[in-house]
Design a protein around this ligand. Sequence first.
Ligand code: FES
Ligand code: FES
Length: 158
Amino acid sequence: MPESYELSVNGKSCSVQAEGDTPLLYILRNDLKLKGARYGCGVGQCGACAVIMDGKDIFSCDTPLWAVAGKSITTVEGLGTRDKPHALQQAFIDEQAAQCGYCITGIIMAAKALLDRTAHPTDAEIDAALERHLCRCGTHNRIRRAIHRAAQALGEDQ
Ligand code: FES
Ligand code: FES
């Protein structure tokens, strides 16, 4: 039976009516019309649906709505805009890190959580953070370069 849940998404409070076991991904895409998090596998095995909850990257396809009530969610739409992209978004563009792009929003969210806890990650730390993210286009080297570039840009801003 649908119930009302309050959550914060990209800094805005919102109320949604849904079954408590509805995946957060469906709420974001279907109810809130935020299409940045993508449906890849639906079972927590690809990372395309990653978002940040209270500072930690999670897979939204296997996170039920009841578990995010009262939490703060950030999706890729909350990072930057077309006119003012976040340093990570700009770095991914500059390094041409996306091919088809399907995996990229999830990877950017994992990278954001990584840079928030480790300002200048090593290649090994980047690989560990992205271990569960699949990129079928194989742009891993460019993705790594983009994350290093963003880390540098964010460091220069401080
Ligand atoms: S769609 Fe969520 S991990 Fe694949
Ligand atoms: S850029 Fe195509 S799956 Fe990663």
